[in-house]
Structures are given as structure tokens and as C-alpha cells.
Write a protein that binds this ligand. Structure first.
Ligand code: ADP
Ligand code: MG
Length: 398
């Protein structure tokens, strides 16, 4: 689960991290009183959407010459006029895709006098099986580019879960970021604070880009992106409160109600698969044959007919889906249950696109029989390769 920048900063502030004063608003009428609560004379009007790259983003409605989604202004009147211009419009950034995201909320923040912009994040480093800091002096820009072009400028510092962040870890970070006092000592303290927040709140990503050194030599968290581990949300009701479903894909919300592992993608072949590994392989092979998956979907091991029906409905409701591939290797999941779910869903919502079904494993004959006798217009496939070729051909031919 993701949250907005202003919410992430509130969480970090509770732990004692240095963040600027700011006020979130949803209506331009609130802009003036929000700005009056800040020290000034520089203010920043920041779009709150669940995507990065806002500063360099463009508003669809405002044309190419308009300013981006993060605006530094020097008066309260400008806070108000920019808030009016930004709210309700659609911001397109590197991370939103071409459709962009509607800006329904702004964060009015105290403007910082920036001396340096740094990069700092915490994530789970799977190669060492530990939570690790990633630090770079190249902050403010997109870290993937830094990683690709100047990998030597990225420092990874894994943390021993037995000790947590030690002074030595903190000093290594401060050194990697080339910090002098007072920023150096502040960095050691901040590393401990961030690690505590990350582990206590079961975050899966905490990214600060940029972490800044101010003109006066102190450090400040200027941007914050936080994702939480969905599997641990049950123990954080305070975090669940922060969920903003208007930022989430409707299909993903529906899928989460049915406990389906579903992620919307931007291709045109809907996939219903059991098992995450097989789902990944299915997506790969669709790509191999020249098309793109519209989703990742793992219906899970012991899915019920109702769950399969729900999954199929989510796929067919997606207007981008031009064909559907059902690829089931029945182990714990039985092929007849999948077949019944598919038939039930088609009876309910109809089928307007080609459907290729590949069933293998437990109760495969019964599954095939259910589909054959249903009268559905289904293309049967023998194996994964055959299935992928058939669905790609059907979609391309259409
Ligand atoms: P995004 O990463 O989505 O573009 P950021 O919050 O990182 O959004 O803001 C982009 C840039 O805007 C920052 O790198 C920084 O240069 C500037 N900026 C953001 N917040 C402030 C602030 N409070 N004061 C001064 N400049 C800011
Ligand atoms: Mg940023």
C-alpha cells in the first residue's frame, strides 16, 4: 500500500525526522489560510499523487509551457493562484503513464534554501536478506539513471537486524553522502530514526529523494515516498487509515476484496493463472510472441469457484483486454473448479473477446468436459507455448 508524501512526512515526523512545516488542502479556498500558517517568504505548492517525478511532470490541461506539479513561489497570492491552477487537473509524470493522475490534493510546504540534494532510501536487499540503506550524492534526479550511468555513485549499506543501525553504519552513510558537521551527526541520528520507522511500521520502501543539506548546514527530508507491506497491514490500523483508494486502480481494489493477487498492466491480453511463478512465465511468453499482458493475476492455490468468477469478471471488465488466456496447472487448484468459475463468469457478463484455455493437472478431463459442454467459444490449447501463440494470434488477427 502506498501513501501520499504529506502522510509519509507526518509518519516520519512522529519518529523525529526533520521535515518542513506544511498543510495539505483539497480546495483552493483553503490555500490562503494554509500558507498563513507557514513562516514564508518562500512556499512550495506540491501535487499529492501516488507517483514520483511530479516536479518535471506536465498538466494535461495546461499545455507544455505551464509549470510542473511542484511549484516554488514567493508570495501567499502566488500560492493561491497556483493552487487554483493545479487542483483538479491531470498531472502526467514519468511514473503515471500517459493517462496521468488527477491532482485532488496539494501540500503547501515551507520553502527550503537548498545547498545540496542527496538520495537516501531503505529497502529489503534480497541478495543479503537484510534491510539496507541506499545512498547517493546524486539526489533530486531519477535514481535509475544514476544507477545505470554512474553505478559507483550508489552506495548500499545493509543493516544487521541484531544490532540495528550502529554509529558506524551512520558514519558510513554520512561519508557516502559527503556530509560535514552538523549534517554528519544529524545523518547518524536520522539513519536510526528511519530504520526504526521502517521496521516498526513494516514498510517495504522508504525513499527520500531528495534529502537536502540546507544553506545553514542542517539536513531535511524534502520528499518522501513510502510503501507498506500489505501482508503486515493487519497490525497497523493507523496506517490503513491513510489509504487513499482514489489513487488506486479500481480493478486492483476489487481484486483485493476477493483476496486475489492482481496487478493491472497496460497490455491487451488478460491472464488468469494459478501460481505466481506460472503467472510470471505466462507474461514472459506472451511478450516472447510479440504481445503484452494486461495484468498479472494469480488466483492462488485453493481458489473457490466464486473467487475464479470474480477474477474473470475483473479481467473482462477491463476495456484494454482484447483477448483472455486462462493458463492453469492444477495441483492443489483443481481444473474443474477453474472451468466452473470461467463458465459461471461468462454466463453472467458475456464474452466479447477471444478466450484461450490451457488446463493441465488435477481433474483436467473433468475441467475440459465442463468447458466443452458449456457451449462457450473457447480455443483449447495443449501447453504453455501453444496457448501463448494461439492467444497472440487471436488478438493480432482481431
Ligand atoms: P518529485 O520527486 O515528485 O518531483 P519532489 O518533492 O522531490 O517531487 O520535488 C521536486 C523538486 O522540487 C525537489 O528536488 C526540490 O528541488 C524542489 N522542492 C521540493 N520541495 C521543496 C521545498 N519544500 N522547498 C524548496 N524546494 C523544494
Ligand atoms: Mg522527489
Amino acid at each position: 500500500m502506498n501513501i501520499h508524501e504529506y502522510q509519509a512526512k507526518a509518519v516520519l515526523k512522529e519518529y523525529g525526522a526533520p521535515v518542513a512545516a506544511g498543510v495539505a488542502i483539497t480546495d483552493a479556498g483553503e490555500a490562503e489560510s494554509a500558507a498563513r500558517q507557514l513562516p514564508g517568504p518562500v512556499y512550495v505548492v506540491k501535487s499529492q499523487i501516488h507517483a514520483g517525478g511530479r516536479g518535471k511532470g506536465k498538466f494535461k490541461e495546461l499545455g507544455p509551457d505551464a509549470k510542473g506539479g511542484v511549484r516554488v513561489v514567493k508570495s501567499i497570492e502566488d500560492v493561491v493562484s497556483n493552487a487554483k491552477e493545479m487542483l483538479g487537473n491531470t498531472l502526467v509524470t514519468k511514473q503515471t503513464g500517459a493517462a496521468g493522475k488527477q491532482v485532488n490534493r496539494l501540500y503547501i510546504e515551507d520553502g527550503a534554501a537548498i545547498a545540496r540534494e542527496l538520495y537516501l532510501s531503505l529497502l529489503v536487499d534480497r541478495t543479503v536478506g537484510r534491510v539496507a540503506f541506499v545512498a547517493s550524492t546524486e539526489g533530486g534526479m531519477d535514481i535509475e539513471t544514476v544507477a545505470a550511468e554512474t553505478p559507483e555513485k550508489i552506495h548500499t549499506i545493509p543493516i544487521d537486524p541484531e544490532t540495528g543501525v550502529t554509529d558506524a553504519d551512520g558514519n558510513r552513510l554520512a561519508e557516502a553522502l559527503k556530509l560535514d558537521e552538523p549534517a554528519k551527526a544529524e545523518m547518524v541520528a536520522l539513519a536510526k530514526t528511519l530504520y526504526k520507522a521502517y521496521t516498526e511500521k513494516d514498510m517495504s520502501l522508504l525513499e527520500i529523494n531528495p534529502l537536502i543539506v540546507l544553506d545553514d548546514g542542517h539536513i531535511r527530508v524534502l520528499d518522501a515516498k513510502v510503501s507498506f507491506d500489505n501482508n503486515a497491514l493487519f497490525r497497523h490500523p493507523d496506517i490503513v487509515e491513510l489509504r487513499d483508494t482514489t489513487e488506486e486502480d479500481e480493478k486492483e481494489i476489487e481484486a483485493s476484496k476477493h483476496d486475489l493477487a492482481y496487478i493491472a498492466l497496460d497490455g491487451d491480453i488478460g491472464c488468469m493463472v494459478n501460481g505466481a511463478g506460472l503467472a510470471m512465465a505466462t507474461m514472459d511468453i506472451i511478450k516472447l510472441y510479440g504481445a503484452s499482458p494486461a495484468n498479472f493475476l494469480d488466483v492462488g492455490g485453493g481458489a473457490s469457484k466464486e473467487k475464479v468468477t470474480a477474477a474473470f469478471k475483473i479481467i473482462t471488465a477491463d476495456p484494454n483486454v482484447k483477448g483472455i488466456l486462462v493458463n492453469i496447472f492444477g495441483g492443489i487448484m483443481r481444473c474443474d473448479v477453474i472451468a466452473e468459475g470461467v463458465v459461471a463468469a461468462v454466463k453472467e457478463v458475456g464474452l466479447k473477446v477471444p478466450l484461450v484455455v490451457r488446463l493441465e493437472g488435477t481433474n483436467v478431463d473433468l475441467g475440459k468436459k465442463i468447458i466443452n459442454e458449456s457451449g462457450l467459444d473457447v480455443v483449447a490449447a495443449d501447453d504453455l507455448d501453444d496457448a501463448a501463440q494461439k492467444i497472440v494470434a487471436a488478438v493480432k488477427g482481431a
